[in-house]
Design a protein. Structure first.
Length: 471
C-alpha cells in the first residue's frame, strides 16, 4: 500500500512538472507576423449592412463578413501574436475577393461604413496591430467607373505602364492613409506588373509595402522595390514535406533568399487548398501536422504569413472555394491556436529566432534539426515528421549549460561525455534554448518533497490504524 501511495506521489510530481511553462516576456522590437483577412468571409458582425448582394447559397457570393466582425475578434488576434493584419481589398467590387473593381473611390458597402473602418483601424492600433490593405491592380469590372480611361484596356486590365494609372492609384492610396491611417499595402502577383511603375508607386506612397512574387528572379529583384516580398508557389513542396513521414526538406531549405528577413512565406493561402485538405489522403491528424508545419513556418528566417482560420484549423479546397468558408471560431479545440501563440511569443522573446543565422544540423529521413544563432544566444529547433523518436547530440555547447524545452517542457543537462542530447518524440517538434545551469529547481523540489511527505504521512497513519484493528 505504501508503495502504491509513493508511486502516486511520483505521478503527481510528474504532472506538476509537466505543467510548468517558461514565462515569455515581450520585447519592443518584434518581427512580422502577418494575418491575411478575407473580410467577407471572416465574421458577420452585424446584419445592418447585409444588402441584396448577400448570397450565402452561392460559393462565389458575398457572405456578409464585415469590419464589425473583425472588431469582435481583435483580442483573439492579439492573443495569438499577430503584428500586422492584411485586409483583402476594401474597394467596391463585383466579387467577394475584391478583384473585379467597380470603383477605387467607393468602399464595399457590405463591409460597413467609412466610420466603422476608421474605428476598426483605431482599435487594431490600440492592440498594437498594424493594418495593411491588399490593393488589386490587375483588372476592373465591365461596370467600373474607370472604363473609358486611356489606361484601362478593352478587357478591363489596368495598363500599369501608363504613368496616369500610377498617379491615380498613388493618389488614392495616399488619401486612404490620411483618412484611415493605414500602415501599408500589399500587392499580389507583383511580378506581373512593370518594375519601374511599382518602384514609382512604392516611392510615392509611404508605409510598409509587401509584394507577392512567384518567380525566383523577380523575387530577388523585388527586395529592391518592396519592404518585404511574399514567396508564392511553394505550397505544394511544403504540403508534401509535412503531410507524410519521409520529408525531404532540401528543396525548401535551398530556396532563394531562404536566409533573408526580406521574405515572408506561408503554409497555405487564399489561392491554395487548405493544408488540412492535403492531409486527408494520409489519415494523419490535422492538429499534429499543423503543429509541425507551423513550427517550421515560425522558426526559419523568413517571416510568417497565416491565412485566416489556420488556427482553427480550417479545411477546404480552392476548386469549390470551400477554402474561403466563413470562419467558425467556436469549432474544434484551441490546440493549434495555443501553438501559434507560443511560437509568436518565442519569436518575440528570442531575437535569434527573428534575425539569427540558421545552421542546419540534420536533414535526413523526415527529421530536421537546426540552430539559430545571434551573438551569445542559441536556439535549437527539432522537427520530427517520422514515426519514431529522434535525437541529436550537441558537442559545441560549453560545459555547465542546460537546454530548456519551450514547446514541450524538457530540461537537458550535460552528459558524462560532455555532450548534450536533445530529443523529440514521433510527429512532434520542440524548441530548445541554451541557458546557464540552474542547478536544483527549488520550487518544484519543495513541492515534490511536500507531496511525498504528505503521502508518506498518510500511508503510515493508515498502516498503523489497520494494524491496530488487526490486534
Amino acid at each position: 500500500m505504501v508503495k502504491r501511495l509513493i508511486y502516486g506521489a511520483f505521478i503527481s510530481f510528474m504532472i506538476i512538472t509537466g505543467l510548468q511553462v517558461a514565462p515569455l516576456s515581450a520585447e519592443e522590437d518584434s518581427s512580422h507576423f502577418y494575418y491575411y483577412i478575407l473580410v467577407d468571409r471572416f465574421e458577420n458582425g452585424t446584419t445592418e449592412n447585409d444588402t441584396d448582394k448577400i448570397d450565402r447559397d452561392s460559393t462565389a457570393g458575398f457572405y456578409g463578413g464585415d469590419y464589425q466582425g473583425i472588431q469582435k475578434n481583435i483580442d483573439h488576434l492579439k492573443t495569438i501574436g499577430v503584428t500586422e493584419v492584411i485586409l483583402s481589398p476594401i474597394v467596391e467590387s463585383e466579387d467577394y475577393l475584391g478583384q473585379q473593381v467597380k470603383s477605387f473611390e467607393q468602399l464595399q458597402e457590405t463591409y460597413g461604413s467609412e466610420e466603422e473602418l476608421k474605428q476598426l483601424v483605431d482599435q487594431l492600433h490600440e492592440a498594437g496591430i498594424d493594418v495593411l490593405v491588399h490593393v488589386p491592380l490587375q483588372q476592373v469590372s465591365a461596370t467600373s467607373d474607370l472604363v473609358g480611361r486611356d489606361w484601362i484596356q478593352a478587357d478591363g486590365e489596368i495598363d500599369f505602364n501608363n504613368e496616369s494609372a500610377v498617379e491615380y492609384i498613388s493618389d488614392r492610396l495616399n488619401d486612404w492613409i490620411e483618412q484611415f491611417q493605414f500602415d501599408g499595402y500589399y500587392i499580389e502577383n507583383a511580378d506581373q506588373l512593370p518594375t519601374e511603375s511599382l518602384d514609382s508607386l512604392t516611392n510615392q506612397v509611404e508605409g510598409l509595402w509587401l509584394g507577392g512574387m512567384s518567380n525566383e528572379t523577380t523575387l530577388e529583384n523585388g527586395v529592391d522595390i518592396f519592404d518585404q516580398v511574399v514567396r508564392f508557389g511553394n505550397h505544394e513542396e511544403t504540403f508534401s514535406n509535412f503531410t507524410g513521414y519521409e520529408a525531404d526538406f532540401t528543396s525548401l531549405l535551398n530556396q532563394p533568399l531562404f536566409q533573408s528577413n526580406d521574405v515572408a512565406h506561408y503554409i497555405d493561402f487564399k489561392h491554395t487548398d487548405r493544408f488540412t485538405r492535403a492531409l486527408e489522403p494520409t489519415g494523419n491528424h490535422p492538429v499534429t501536422r499543423w503543429k509541425l508545419a507551423l513550427t517550421y513556418l515560425f522558426t526559419v528566417p523568413n517571416d510568417p504569413i497565416v491565412f485566416q482560420g489556420t488556427e482553427i484549423p480550417m479545411d477546404g479546397s480552392i476548386d469549390d472555394l470551400s477554402t474561403h468558408k466563413m470562419i467558425n471560431f467556436l469549432a474544434g479545440d484551441d490546440q493549434v491556436s495555443r501553438h501559434v501563440e507560443k511560437l509568436s511569443s518565442m519569436r518575440e522573446e528570442y531575437e535569434s529566432l527573428r534575425s539569427g543565422e540558421m545552421k542546419i544540423l540534420h536533414d535526413e529521413d523526415g527529421f530536421l534539426a537546426f540552430e539559430r544563432i545571434l551573438d551569445d544566444e542559441k536556439v535549437y529547433v527539432l522537427i520530427n515528421t517520422t514515426e519514431t523518436s529522434q535525437h541529436i547530440n550537441l558537442t559545441d555547447i560549453e560545459s555547465g549549460k542546460e537546454l530548456q524545452g519551450l514547446l514541450i517542457n524538457d530540461l537537458v543537462r550535460e552528459g558524462d561525455d560532455g555532450e548534450y542530447r536533445i530529443a523529440t518524440d514521433r510527429e512532434s517538434a520542440n524548441i530548445f534554448v541554451v541557458k546557464d545551469n540552474s542547478g536544483i529547481y527549488w520550487p518544484i523540489t519543495l513541492v515534490f518533497v511536500g507531496v511525498m511527505g504528505a503521502f508518506i504521512f498518510f500511508a503510515i497513519t493508515m498502516y498503523r490504524k489497520q494494524r491496530h484493528k488487526n490486534i
